[in-house]
Design a protein around this ligand. Structure first.
Ligand code: GLN
Length: 266
């Protein structure tokens, strides 16, 4: 029921965003307002709490949403959120249909070939979670079983990199919430996810899952999050983001936002 409400809200927002975009003549990327100022289109995930998620009225909240808002206010720019899903957000930025992406996006060397990243703003690792009640106890117990992963993510890359060693298969989902439901329904025995997101779902949302393994903190799958633009495009937006991030770190706004959602500032 809860999930259906969230999906409904997401669909409503997606429709509203599409209508707004279409009404503006289908402009790609930033719109130019009457006073000549740009409104940046920022793509994001649909459901990735505590970084971005829809409230029951469809408003997007979370650490990423509040950081972006605080940075935009400091730097004096306008933006419009486009919650299209993680993989789609990356594609929209690459095809210049969005100006930037903030979606708990891990900074990686491979992605740096196609994106320019801001300074890192949040540390993360990836983990494997299973049903709290039952489920598996370790990666070794995944042998011969199927796990759920999320399209285009570092946690999916981690799963793919170890599935030969541990002998499991994968099914790919577009969103984290649907991936968790697949585990709760017993179709997949475990899922792979970013640790801060999985911990939040378990501790704060009460999702009936538990973390059974975490990647090495020094591994290529555990890299911090950054805001990204298409490589070579929107340099001014990236600069504003970095300047604004430094300013909200210096004045305590960053810590206030993060601790509103999670106990410890990482
Ligand atoms: N941090 C992960 C990545 O960048 C997942 C991001 C997400 O699912 N929104 O691959």
């Amino acid at each position: 029921m809860k999930l259906r409400q969230i999906c409904g809200a997401v669909a409503g927002v997606a429709l509203a965003v599409c209508l707004a975009g279409c009404a503006g003549g289908g402009a790609q990327g930033a719109d130019t307002g009457a006073n000549g100022s740009k409104t940046y289109k920022i793509a994001t995930d649909t459901a990735f709490a505590p970084f971005e998620y829809a409230e029951s009225d469809g408003t997007y909240v979370g650490i990423d949403m509040e950081l972006l808002d605080a940075i935009a206010k400091k730097e004096g720019f306008e933006y419009k959120i486009d919650p299209v899903g993680f993989d789609a957000a990356l594609q929209n930025v690459q095809s210049n249909q969005a100006d930037g992406v903030i979606a708990g996006m891990s900074i990686t060397d491979t992605r740096k070939q196609v994106f320019d990243f801001s300074e890192p703003y949040y540390n993360s690792t990836v983990c494997c979670a299973t049903k709290a009640d039952g489920g598996v106890a370790s990666l070794e117990e995944l042998r011969g079983k199927n796990v759920a992963v999320k399209n285009g993510t570092m946690s999916a890359n981690w799963a793919e990199s170890i599935k030969g060693q541990y002998g499991f298969t994968t099914t790919t989902f577009d969103t984290s919430d649907v991936m968790y439901q697949d585990v709760l329904a017993g179709n997949s025995v475990a899922c792979f996810e970013d640790t801060p997101v999985m911990s939040y779902a378990i501790d704060k949302v009460g999702m009936g899952l538990k973390i059974v393994a975490e990647c090495d903190a020094s591994s290529e799958f555990a890299t911090p999050y950054g805001f990204a633009v298409n490589r070579g495009a929107n340099a001014e937006l990236l600069q504003k983001f970095n300047e604004g991030l430094a300013a909200i770190k210096a004045d305590g706004t960053y810590d206030k936002i993060v601790s509103k959602y999670v106990q410890t500032v990482k």
